[in-house]
Design a protein around this ligand. Structure first.
Ligand SMILES: [Zn+2]
Ligand SMILES: [Zn+2]
Length: 251
């Protein structure tokens, strides 16, 4: 299990670096492409939250579960939009105000914390229920390339060097892996903690889906993008059925 969790954490981190590379080498199609992934990830994540994570967390932790969910939601809100002043997913398009160096570093810090909790949710999910963990992994990896694109384009908008933008995407990828390792350690300390952390992760997933991704989709000029949220929901259903059949589990 240890190796499996670390492998999924690594893959999620590697997807961030891939997104960073695409920006650094100037692939024009990435900006268009990333909106599709954000929309699919949002639909997938929110279905996962409502259909699986919330009921399973209530089942595992009982009456305290909603409090942990709220805590998960609140901690990302604190780090991404309370302490940090400027953070949104997708390509940095506010070059007209020219992002300051300070703003780019605070965005970077916010994204590192976001990425840490992405990895954390994957690791906790896999330990809680392997199939659920896989579904969390799919939901997360769908927006990992856009995450790399986000941080690299923020760094470039603040006139950092290309090498700095690339390194920033590596650090956000490493934070994802660090979160997976952290979630794994937590499970090793006390098995009961996994249920609590799972409920917390349900709150994290809610924030990522509803507050990080949906606003980006609503801003899109491409009218196909909102439709893809529904495709993400269908994808979730198909993924759940497919994994359930392969794994032969009760879900
Ligand atoms: Zn911006
Ligand atoms: Zn993320």
């Amino acid at each position: 299990m240890t190796l499996t969790v670390l492998l999924y954490g690594f893959l999620a981190g590697a997807a961030v670096v891939l997104g960073g590379v695409l920006v650094v080498v100037r692939k024009e199609w990435t900006a268009r492409f990333q909106e599709y992934l954000l929309a699919l990830s949002a639909g997938f994540l929110l279905s996962l939250v409502f259909v699986e994570l919330v009921p399973e967390a209530l089942h595992a932790v009982g009456a305290e579960a909603p409090l942990y969910m709220l805590a998960g939601y609140a901690i990302l809100h604190l780090f991404e939009h309370t302490i940090v002043g400027h953070l949104h997913f997708g390509e940095e398009t506010h070059s007209e105000i020219m992002l300051s160096s300070v703003a780019s570093y605070s965005t970077f810090a916010g994204l590192c914390i976001h990425a840490f909790f992405d990895g954390f949710a994957i690791a906790v999910g896999l330990q809680f229920d392997f199939l659920l963990g896989l579904l969390i992994f799919i939901a997360v990896i769908l927006h990992k390339i856009p995450e790399g694109l986000t941080i690299a384009s923020v760094m470039l908008a603040a006139r950092h060097r290309r090498s700095t933008a690339f390194i920033a995407s590596i650090v956000v990828g490493a934070a994802t892996f660090g979160g997976a390792a952290g979630g794994l350690m937590l499970g090793g300390i006390d098995e009961r903690l996994v249920g609590t952390a799972f409920a917390f992760s349900a709150g994290i997933a809610t924030y990522v889906g509803a507050s990080d991704l949906i606003p980006e989709i609503n801003h899109s000029k491409n009218r196909i993008i909102p439709v893809l949220v529904f495709v993400g929901m269908i994808l979730f259903y198909l993924g759940k059925v497919a994994l359930g059949t392969v794994a032969g589990v009760h879900h």
